[in-house]
Design a binder for this molecule. Structure first.
Ligand code: ATP
Ligand code: MG
Length: 140
């Protein structure tokens, strides 16, 4: 399987509980490499654009409010089949359905405050990574 990159966000529920290192430990133990990372506060405009695909969903306003409620850590992860592999490491969107040992099973508070985002396809990873990182900020 070719080396691939995916985009990750450690969400405000996790930064608030000081879980950045604990989540990074699970990411690195899974074999993925963190090749770019920064802590930032999303603006409302950034959060709305990032989750624009969900604009018509009933939870959109709450989701945007949650994503701007505290700092996030945005990351680029690299490894074999990184997109699919990271989705497996994250676990199901609803932590009640997530497998044991996944980030969301271990740490998520709810279906909304579910600790991490990961790109859902290589095509979306290629859109999401440059949304937050310049090429020279990613060091593989
Ligand atoms: P993400 O895109 O954050 O990696 P995902 O791909 O597992 O998560 P999506 O369906 O893309 O899930 O939903 C995006 C985010 O919107 C979820 O991670 C969650 O924070 C929130 N969300 C999804 N479904 C609901 C819901 N029914 N109620 C509240 N929030 C939700
Ligand atoms: Mg998604």
């Amino acid at each position: 399987m070719a080396t691939e990159r995916t985009f990750s966000i450690i969400k405000p529920d996790a930064t608030r509980r000081n879980l950045t290192g604990a989540i990074n430990k699970l990411i690195e133990e899974s074999g993925l490499r963190i090749v770019a990372q920064k802590r930032m506060k999303l603006t409302r405009a950034q959060a709305e654009e990032f989750y624009a695909i969900h604009r018509e969903r009933p939870f959109f306003n709450d989701l945007v409010g949650f994503m701007v409620s505290g700092p996030v850590v945005v990351q680029v992860l690299e490894g074999a089949n990184a997109v699919g592999h990271y989705r497996d490491v994250m676990g199901a969107t609803n932590p009640a359905n997530a497998d044991a040992g996944t980030i969301r099973k271990e740490f998520a508070e709810s279906i909304e405050a579910n600790s991490v985002h990961g790109s859902d396809s290589p095509e979306n990873a290629a859109i999401e990574i440059p949304f937050f990182f310049k090429p020279e900020e990613i060091v593989g």
